[in-house]
Ligand binder design. Structure first.
Ligand SMILES: Cc1cc2nc3c(=O)[nH]c(=O)nc-3n(C[C@H](O)[C@H](O)[C@H](O)COP(=O)(O)O)c2cc1C
Length: 335
């Protein structure tokens, strides 16, 4: 697909803390590595940023195979944070990041608060890395394996520790497997997070009925792709009423229309993961869809689309909405 030429009249830029991205489309962590493979088949410079696979302090082999499988509307994965660890990453991978033709968001994973802080500190200052995303869906070994993103106090501890040791803007990534995301989001904001990304994969299991065994060696996996989109849009909708920092929405985005759902629910930017595996040009189609919507509405700044459908949107747009907001409606029961 040809690179999209956006009219100079349109301002597609979005801000994540001190980082300014040229457009609001981001490659999601774990689905893009550092873009080297994709750059052979698509124009990765059309992404506003790419997020790296999460990096841990120690090297990790990841889980046993099989660790991915397709599902009717997405996929299940249990990769297990495979990676070379921070020392090797800094030596072998980090230098090439200077040549990535768009901004880079580094993703940090850890199993203790100190591991997060250590890896984040080491990542800070890599050329072209503009922000740090924290994969707080990891189990906290100091709390019997409960995920950091499951408890306000745990997520706050990670964010506060990273903010002390790193200067880059910090994005805390929320997971959907909690009963109420709002207190968790608020705790991350109060601890200093500059933005939140949501959602990480939804927990799931698939069973091989013939052999009466779980299909993934790890038994449980993370469901991603279009199957989780309504869950993800709901998460953005809820969190958008609870915090004022920017939100990066993700979960099943495949088209401009899908991305607009997230923006209208309250996200300032969106990320694409699973869809890259099937359609490496997906980001250009999504960007073109957003541009078409802006032209149709006569709006000049992409930030003015944020929260348009959500009467409880509590964040700020850098400019006033260019179009009238829809009538406030009462949210009722689902059935
Ligand atoms: C194979 C695979 C690996 C992933 N690895 C990570 C990871 O290392 N860190 C992380 O924060 N999220 C990881 N994710 C989650 C994605 O970044 C994203 O939150 C999720 O897939 C939802 O978006 P999607 O439906 O567009 O894929 C991974 C997802 C997939 C499919």
């Amino acid at each position: 697909m040809a690179a999209l030429s956006t009219s100079s009249a349109l301002d597609m830029s979005v801000r994540i803390g001190s980082a300014l991205l040229k457009n609001p489309i981001i490659a999601a962590s774990g689905c893009y590595n550092r873009g080297a493979e994709y750059s052979r088949v698509t124009d990765i410079s059309q992404y506003g940023a790419i997020t790296l696979k999460s990096v841990t302090r120690q090297p990790r082999l990841g889980n046993e195979m099989p660790r991915t499988m397709s599902t009717p509307a997405g996929m299940l994965n249990a990769i297990g944070l495979q990676g070379p660890g921070i020392e090797y990453f800094l030596k072998a991978d980090a230098p090439a990041l200077a040549h990535v033709p768009t901004a880079v968001i580094a993703s940090v994973a850890g199993f203790t608060v100190e591991e997060f802080a250590y890896v984040a500190e080491r990542m800070d200052g890599i050329p072209n890395v503009v922000a740090l995303e924290l994969d707080v869906s990891c189990p906290n070994v100091d709390r019997e394996g409960e995920c950091f993103a499951a408890q306000p106090s745990s997520i706050a501890a990670v964010v506060a520790a990273v903010k002390k040791r790193a200067r880059l803007p910090v994005i805390a990534k929320l997971m959907p497997n909690v009963s109420d995301l709002k207190p968790i989001a608020k705790a991350a904001q109060e601890a200093g997070a500059d933005a939140l990304s949501l959602i990480n994969a939804v927990r799931g299991i698939a069973i091989d009925v013939k052999n009466a065994l779980p299909l993934l060696a790890n038994v449980t996996g993370g469901l991603t792709g279009p199957a989780i989109r309504p869950i993800a849009v709901h998460a953005v909708w809820e969190v958008a009423s609870a915090v004022t920092i920017p939100l990066i929405g993700m979960g099943g985005i495949e088209t401009g229309r899908d991305a607009l759902e997230f923006l209208f629910a309250g996200a300032g930017a969106v990320a694409i993961g699973t869809a890259n595996f099937r359609r490496p040009d997906v980001h250009m189609e999504v960007l073109a869809g957003i541009v078409a919507e802006m032209r149709g509405r006569g709006c000049e700044r992409v930030t003015s689309l944020t929260g348009l459908a959500n009467p409880r949107f509590a964040g700020s747009r850098s400019v006033e909405a260019a179009v009238a907001r829809p009538k406030t409606h009462l949210e009722g029961a689902h059935e």
